[in-house]
Design a protein around this ligand. Structure first.
Ligand code: ADP
Length: 719
């Protein structure tokens, strides 16, 4: 055979030359065409597009291959001068006879085989299990008969050149052979499975039959199971496809090469550009550079699920997409959410409007409103809250913004409301702002809400009212103490006046002569005594009246002290206690409410008298001293009492602190006196480190005071 003849699928078996004519016999020795296998495998592939692509590719290859073969080999057979014709049998009788005899024997053998096959078919046609396989024997008989006819024609044409007949026989044979091959090829898997059954049928001994039956049962079981499995898989696939197709979500599967390998019915409906089998980014170019691209690539690279929402410009539609990593790529679950988005936007707008309205209402109240979360973070503060609490920062912790609340009763109350979910109200002084607040706190969803108003003015007013109330009580207390002495103080001058006036009257009535000296002396006595009574009454008048609202006026310290001690003189005399005054000369007038300063001095003098009488001191004196100290007038009330112990010193100025027995003292004198002194811009202190008990009152001297000064000081002593 010349070189280059034949290929992996075909080879030339023989050729001969006769009268310049020759014929070629081709024998099929290769494998089944690869496209068949591919086609079979394709049949299992669900993806129709991929399958079509493969078939087209393979068909194309086949056409190219056929064209090459046609051009290089087959076409030359149509040439009468085709070179190999001349070499048929090489013109040797030996070769001719060898071929002729061989073909005759082959034709004979094929003929016998045909007879055998037909005989078997005739015998089996009444055996039910074999009936369905009769066609195999028949088709084989046809095929073998065709082969026999072909070989017979080889022998015939050696003597008779009936080549057209030979070619016709060969065409028929080729058709029969191909038909048989196709039928048999298709039935081969089923036949293979039936081999044990055939063996069983053909077995002769009992052991062979048993073995064949066992093999038959096993193979039938396997076959049945495989068939059932195939059916179940097909049903599951159908069900899965049905489920996926009935999903409201579009479902896509993308491979690692970004080729879309699956898209359910919904996907094809809502994503018209989706083409299964093509590049995903090619289908949706508008996704480039968007969040969608980042999410999908992230899931592909990091194998973590991602979610995103995207407005896809080309479709004018919003989509909500979940991306999941799957073996060999990612799966996308995508649904259109435009309606939902519009609803969300509308809700957001409405919420913002409602919030705006609520805010405007909240902001228009006079109360500060603050909302705290469970974790004490500040969630909201209205306009008033932001104005009066400059440290309020929404989002920050309440304790961080207002650290001074920590450890106070306010913190305790807040925590109670948060834990017990019961509202509470209290008043709280916040040191950093020097402000009092009335706070009402309610438990609300997600935390607590605080409603508060600043009440410093009200508090001050209350404190003022309380002070005035206490002052009134103190005055009443002082009056009740002084009442006994006062009766004596007033009745004495009255008796003197009455006596002197009666003397004058009697002398006038009796017609006795009166010297001008006697009249002058008597009238002087009446004037002085009535002056004294007037002074006492004036002091009393001040005591009985509310002085807190008196205007500030320039007053003489001497007069204030004089009036204060004048009222006490009777008490001092009764208790055998000396009352001294040491007043520096030329003390300036003091801008004050005279009555209030008189009350301070009276209170201090009273305390000193009480200290001496209650402790039964051997030394019994009280000294009221006035002098100038820098820009102040200093009034000291010193006594010979036993002093004040350390514990009492610390609490002296506290309201309601008293060591006196019930009914004698209320414990408000010193605290009120200090408050009055402070109101005047002065002070009241217990002097430290002195031998005797000394309370010091300082009153500022006003620089714009009028020039009048008291002429001289007085040294006054009772007892
Ligand atoms: P009260 O006189 O009603 O007790 P005060 O506020 O005037 O109220 O005085 C408070 C306390 O201060 C007195 O109870 C007393 O213990 C003490 N105290 C005040 N002055 C003196 C003093 N001169 N010597 C000793 N103790 C005094």
């Amino acid at each position: 055979m010349p070189p280059g003849w034949g290929n992996e699928n075909c080879s030339l078996t023989s050729f001969r030359l006769r009268d310049g004519r020759g014929w070629l016999c081709w024998r099929h020795v290769g494998h089944s065409p690869s496209w068949l296998a591919d086609d079979l495998s394709i049949s299992g592939v669900r993806d129709r597009a991929g399958k079509v692509k493969k078939v087209v590719g393979i068909s194309g290859l086949g056409v190219v291959f056929a064209a090459v073969v046609w051009r290089s080999r087959v076409s030359s057979l149509f040439s009468a001068n085709y070179l190999p014709h001349r070499f048929c049998y090489l013109a040797q009788p030996g070769l001719i006879w060898t071929n002729t005899l061989s073909d005759s024997l082959i034709a004979l053998a094929y003929g016998l085989l045909v007879v055998c096959l037909l005989w078997i078919a005739v015998r089996l046609r009444r055996v039910p299990p074999f009936q369905e396989y009769l066609w195999i024997f028949l088709s084989f008989a046809v095929f073998i008969a065709a082969c026999a006819a072909t070989h017979l024609m080889e022998v015939v044409t050696v003597w008779w050149p009936v080549y057209p007949l030979s070619a016709a026989v060969k065409v028929l044979c080729a058709g029969a052979a191909i038909l048989t091959a196709i039928l048999f090829g298709r039935a081969t898997p089923a036949l293979a499975a039936k081999i044990p059954w055939v063996m069983n049928a053909l077995s002769t001994t009992q052991q062979e039959r048993d073995e064949a039956r066992a093999a038959l049962l096993a193979s039938e079981k396997i076959l049945a199971e495989r068939m059932r499995a195939d059916v179940e898989i097909a049903a599951a696939n159908a069900r899965m496809n049905h489920i996926l197709d009935s999903s409201r979500e579009a479902i896509l599967k993308i491979g690692t090469d970004w080729i879309v390998s699956y898209g359910n019915l919904r996907a094809t409906e809502i994503l018209p550009d989706l083409v299964v089998g093509s590049d995903f980014w090619g289908c949706f170019p508008a996704l480039a550079g968007t969040q969608a691209e980042r999410c999908i690539r992230r899931t592909m690279d990091e194998h973590t699920p991602t979610n995103y929402e995207i407005f896809y410009e080309p479709y004018g539609e919003w989509y909500g997409v979940s991306v999941f990593p799957t073996p060999g790529g990612v799966s996308l679950f995508c649904s259109p959410i435009t309606a939902q988005k519009k609803l969300e936007e509308q809700l957001q707008r409405e919420r913002a409007e409602a919030f705006e309205q609520i805010n405007s209402v909240m902001d228009s109240t006079a109360e500060g409103i603050v909302k705290l979360g469970h974790d004490w973070s500040i969630l909201y503060g209205n306009r008033v809250a932001r104005e009066i609490l400059p440290d309020l920062v929404v989002g920050k912790s309440y304790w961080e913004c207002f650290p001074a609340v920590k450890g106070t009763a306010s913190e305790h109350m807040l925590r109670q409301v948060m834990e017990k979910r019961k509202d509470a109200e209290w008043e709280n002084f916040y040191e950093p702002y020097h402000e009092w607040y009335a706070v009402h706190t309610y438990p609300t969803a997600g935390g607590v809400s605080l409603f508060f108003i600043p009440i410093t003015r009200r508090k001050n007013l209350e404190a003022q009212l309380e002070t005035e109330r206490m002052l009134r009580e103190k005055r009443i207390e002082a009056l009740s103490i002084m009442a006994g002495g006062l009766a004596h103080e007033i009745s004495n001058p009255l008796a003197i006046i009455h006596g002197t006036a009666s003397d004058l009257q009697r002398m006038a009535l009796s017609g006795l002569p009166m010297s001008p000296d006697e009249v002058l002396k008597a009238s002087e006595s009446i004037v002085n005594t009535s002056d004294r009574a007037h002074r006492i009454l004036r002091g009393l008048k001040g005591f009985g009246r509310e002085a807190g609202k008196d205007p500030m006026e320039y007053a003489s310290v001497y007069e204030i002290i004089d009036q204060a001690i004048e009222m006490q003189e009777a008490r001092f005399e009764r208790h055998q206690v000396a009352l001294r005054t040491e007043l520096a000369p030329e003390l300036p007038l003091v801008l004050c409410r005279e009555t209030q300063i008189g009350q301070i001095v009276t209170n201090l003098v009273n305390n000193s008298l009480d200290a001496i009488t209650q402790q039964d001191c051997p030394e019994r004196w009280v000294s009221v001293e006035a002098s100038r100290s820098g820009d102040n007038v200093q009034i000291d009330v010193v006594d010979s009492g036993l002093g004040i112990d350390e514990e009492s010193r610390k609490r002296l100025m506290e309201p309601f602190f008293t060591t006196k027995t019930r009914g004698l003292g209320m414990g408000v004198g010193l605290s009120l006196s200090r408050a009055i002194a402070n109101e005047h811009g002065g002070s009241l202190e217990l002097c430290q480190g002195m031998t005797h008990t000394c309370f010091r009152l300082l009153l500022p001297i006003n620089s714009s005071e009028p020039g009048s000064l008291m002429a001289t000081g007085v040294v006054h002593e009772t007892h």
